[in-house]
Design a protein around this ligand. Structure first.
Ligand code: NAD
Ligand code: MG
Length: 333
């Protein structure tokens, strides 16, 4: 494992460089602001008439149309949604400078062949392991979210130093920058969100809630038990792994964990995880997701609505309304 810190970066790798950040969403906003505050020359590429134009200018960022931003840029950060990237790339490709670096925060389009950059540019990845809001907040507090870094194409011989310098500008070297490949970042990121984080954890919560409610327990009590209290456990895991979680729960909870956990998430679940991973590795998932987008997201919309219509959402929204400390996350600056 290679973990890079500030001492490993060459501050000259991006000095005097013009950085074009395309897209001002979760990652784009954090990258643009952090790089700007780190002293880089940043221009944000936004579609004409983009609603975020005003707030970008109010935050002190230079704004241009995507093609204009890319013209003359030494590094172009592609931070529009993954499914919008191939079309945006087609627009900006004629304006990419010889020897520029094209940077991604997720390897999807390069790894699955949806974007094929020309041979005369560096193709690099810097992926903070956290949402943009956290990337910005940690930076402002003098800390940094750890990042993954990879090089897919080194046209200039400086690709890796440029990626490290970019990660440094985000605050990432304060948290540590771990070297990976586009393939590893893409496949593990998709697997994590599907099997464990977004897909796995929410299904575990919902199935637990359903089990209690169908057995006749009050939905409110089931909500507290299965959804609300998850945060306590996740915080302990985040701070100190399994050991810290075990340290802070009761002896009875520990025994219940050891006795029943592996029966719920059993060999069958493990086998399903391997299936999910295989579909990511062989491109099945990517092909389906691209086709779903091209068809206007019919299945996505139907499944999302079913999730939002689940009784746990009604109970949850009522109960959360009584918890004054549950404020909305800070609005994007
Ligand atoms: P997002 O959806 O939050 O924001 C995308 C931005 O692009 C928005 O400002 C939107 O207005 C703009 N946009 C949308 N379509 C466009 C188009 N056709 N042309 C120009 N601009 C357009 O995106 P995000 O979640 O920040 O994701 C950006 C990249 O970062 C993706 O590659 C994603 O996989 C990666 N990433 C995201 C996170 C995260 O926490 N959200 C974490 C790591 C990596
Ligand atoms: Mg779900």
């Amino acid at each position: 494992m290679k973990l890079y810190v500030e001492a490993d970066t060459n501050p000259k790798a991006l000095s005097g460089a013009r950085i074009a950040v395309l897209g001002l969403g979760s990652q784009g906003r954090a990258h643009a602001l952090n790089l700007h505050d780190s002293g880089h020359d940043v221009v944000v590429g936004l579609r004409p008439g983009s609603a975020t134009r005003q707030s970008a200018e109010a935050a002190g960022l230079a704004v241009a149309d995507p093609a204009e931003a890319v013209r003359g840029a030494d590094l172009v950060a592609m931070l529009v949604p993954d499914m919008a990237q191939p079309a945006v790339f087609d627009q900006i490709r004629p304006h990419l400078k010889d020897g520029a670096a094209l940077l991604f925060a997720h390897g999807f389009n390069v790894h699955y062949g949806q974007i094929t950059p020309p041979d005369n540019v560096d193709v690099i990845l810097v992926a903070p392991k956290g949402p943009g809001d956290l990337v910005r907040r940690q930076y402002e507090e003098g800390r940094g979210v750890p990042c993954l870094m990879a090089v897919a194409q080194d046209a200039t011989g400086k690709a890796k130093q440029r990626a490290l310098a970019y990660a440094h500008g985000l605050g990432g070297t304060r948290g540590g920058v771990l070297e990976t490949t586009f393939a590893e970042e893409t496949e593990t990121d998709l697997f994590g969100e599907q099997a464990v984080l977004c897909g796995g954890a929410t299904e575990l919560v919902v199935k637990g809630f359903e089990t209690l409610v169908e057995a006749g327990y009050q939905p409110e009590v089931a909500y507290f038990e299965c959804m609300h209290e998850l945060k306590l456990i996740v915080d302990l895991l985040h701070e100190g792994g399994l050991a810290k979680m075990h340290e802070f729960v009761s002896e009875t909870a520990k025994w219940g964990d050891l006795r029943s956990g592996p029966r719920v998430v059993d060999d069958h679940a493990h086998e399903r995880m391997r299936e999910v991973l295989k579909e990511i590795q062989d491109g099945t998932f990517a092909r389906e997701w691209i086709a779903e987008n091209k068809q206007g997201l019919p299945n996505y919309k139907r499944l999302m609505q079913a999730d939002l219509d689940h009784p746990i959402e009604k109970v949850g929204s009522d109960l959360r309304g009584r918890m004054a400390w549950l404020k909305k996350p800070p609005a994007a600056a």
